[in-house]
Design a protein around this ligand. Structure first.
Ligand SMILES: NC(=O)c1ccc[n+]([C@@H]2O[C@H](COP(=O)([O-])OP(=O)(O)OC[C@H]3O[C@@H](n4cnc5c(N)ncnc54)[C@H](OP(=O)(O)O)[C@@H]3O)[C@@H](O)[C@H]2O)c1
Length: 331
């Protein structure tokens, strides 16, 4: 069946790392009727503003990639904001989408929905089988509520209104649009910045906290965007073949993980840092392994295209551009 490239698609969070990648993907396929609002133009926690937007724009599809996102420090410091903002954003968008006749919506969650001690790799059916990691529990509870919102609207309004709201749970993402803040970034952007600056300042040694043995999985953000569009566009019978009415989410992983030690060496190579890399084993490691089971997505026919080496090169180029390093000669 050919795609209707004129249908109106609202991307919530189009300036974020994932939302901007979804916009790139849709535009590259020829979708020409994408509607967006910046955070300044519309605060998605504001019910009246979201209602007015949907009544005015009447989109056909919604990608819900707006969320209050942050690392451990931010989650620990602002737990009230993490639960309130995320619940409000998703409640407003999902409910107004329904009230305004949107039949197709994709909700972006996170791997933190799974219990802290979930067996590895974490499969979709691990949801709600144990206690969550306390540091980001408020955020994770909001994301779980988002999955359950989608499922509940499907169950109540699927037959009567053609509602078909889906959820995808990404692993750790990296790539263009990432946050390279010195204290508040995820592991890949943090390593890129540290190795780049160590090279620029001729620092002979970079110390990394922990033993380097924990294993983590990383997916390039344009692969995540491709998976999001893929899942959104699957016909209903195919999507239903890998989900249940009360387990409607799909994991999106890379399919393989890597130790932090290996990752550090790949990032050092990418940034051309030639000094020593030292692991401070007096500092605490996180969970030994966090790895998504992406069996369902691969059964549906999707595979990532961008491997870590190439993805890191692209991410480093983005970091250089973003930080205006492009015209500086760094050897
Ligand atoms: N990055 C990852 O590694 C990762 C991993 C797993 C899952 N995810 C999920 O993917 C989704 C997108 O994440 P991301 O990395 O793209 O985050 P991001 O770069 O921080 O983007 C989030 C976007 O949402 C907007 N937003 C937040 N609160 C808003 C509000 N109240 N009203 C309007 N806009 C608002 C932000 O605008 P402002 O910046 O102006 O506030 C930003 O543009 C999230 O649901 C996240 O949980 C991300």
């Amino acid at each position: 069946m050919s795609k209707d490239l004129n249908q109106k698609i609202y991307i919530a969070g189009h300036r974020g790392m994932v939302g901007s990648a979804i916009a790139r993907n849709l535009q590259s396929q020829g979708y020409s009727n994408i509607v967006t609002r910046t955070h300044a133009e519309m605060d998605l926690t504001d019910q009246a503003a979201v209602k007015a937007f949907f009544e005015q724009e009447k989109p056909n599809q919604v990608y819900l990639a707006a969320a209050k996102v942050g690392g451990i420090h931010a989650n620990n410091t602002f737990p009230a904001e993490f639960i309130y903002d995320n619940l409000m954003v998703q409640n407003n968008v999902i409910h107004q989408a329904f009230l305004n006749g949107v039949q197709k919506l994709l909700f972006l969650g996170s791997s933190c929905i799974y219990p802290k001690l979930a067996s590895q790799p974490m499969s979709e059916d691990a949801l709600l089988t144990g206690k969550l990691e306390p540091t980001n529990e408020p955020y994770a509870i909001a994301k779980i509520a988002g999955i359950k919102m989608c499922e509940s609207y499907n169950r109540q309004y699927g037959e009567s209104h053609g509602v078909d709201y889906r959820s995808v749970m990404p692993t750790n993402l990296y790539g263009p649009g990432d946050n390279y803040h010195p204290e508040n970034s995820h592991v890949i952007p943090a390593l890129i910045r540290r190795f780049h600056e160590a090279k620029a300042n001729n620092v002979p040694e970079v110390v990394i906290w922990g033993t380097g043995t924990p294993r983590r999985e990383f997916l390039y953000v344009d692969d995540m965007a491709a998976a999001s569009v893929f899942v959104m566009e699957l016909d209903k019978a195919t999507y239903d073949s890998q989900t249940e009415p009360m387990q409607g989410h799909i994991n999106v992983g890379y399919g393989a993980d890597i130790t932090i030690r290996e990752l550090a060496h790949v990032v050092a190579k990418t940034t051309n840092y030639r000094g020593n890399i030292v692991f401070d084993s007096n500092k605490l490691d996180g969970a030994p392994r966090k790895w998504m089971d992406s069996f369902r997505l691969s059964e549906l026919g999707w595979r990532p295209k961008i491997n870590l080496d190439f993805g890191l090169e692209l991410a480093y180029a983005d970091f250089m551009l973003k930080n205006n390093y492009v015209n500086q000669t760094l050897t």
